[in-house]
Ligand binder design. Sequence first.
Ligand SMILES: [Fe+2]
Ligand SMILES: [Fe+2]
Length: 193
Amino acid sequence: MLGLKLATDPRWVNIVESNIEEILTDHAWCEQKAATNAITIITNNSEHEELVTELIKLAQEELEHFQMVHDIIKQRGYTLGRERKDHYVNELYKFMNKGGNRQQSMVDRLLFSAMIEARSCERFKLLSQRIKDPELSKFYHDLMISEAGHYTTFIGFARQYGKGIDVDKRWQELIDFEGEIITNYGKSETIHG
Ligand SMILES: [Fe+2]
Ligand SMILES: [Fe+2]
């Protein structure tokens, strides 16, 4: 899906189902981080009007997702736990070339963002297909569609602003890099765990 090298083992959903409060807490913080990431890209690339316009909308959508997850947590009498670290994203972060020029940094950051959307989308799809809870199945189906749109937004901007950079080659490198990292995941009750 979306060019990812490795599909998540469906048994991951069984692990998730054993601790719904934990997956919801982790998921809520994923949405917060997605909103924060979009705002960081805006901050670092403020002169690009179209990018700023779209990423303001995207950040708002991520914050809405955060609110939706929080609402489910409240309805079910759970508590939003403290922020969870995202080890997968922290590993993926190492792919980005921090020594390049601003344009290269921007393209890498957009591809990094697209990849997180792609993997999240893959996880949400699996959840929507396999989770027994009908409310969560519908919820994850809807989110899958939204995150697929974000993937398209990020990859589109990487190509648009990556003139002179071989964006497709860089994307392929990231797909390979992610394909290695992800072999260590799919074993715990977090969105990227
Ligand atoms: Fe989201
Ligand atoms: Fe997203």
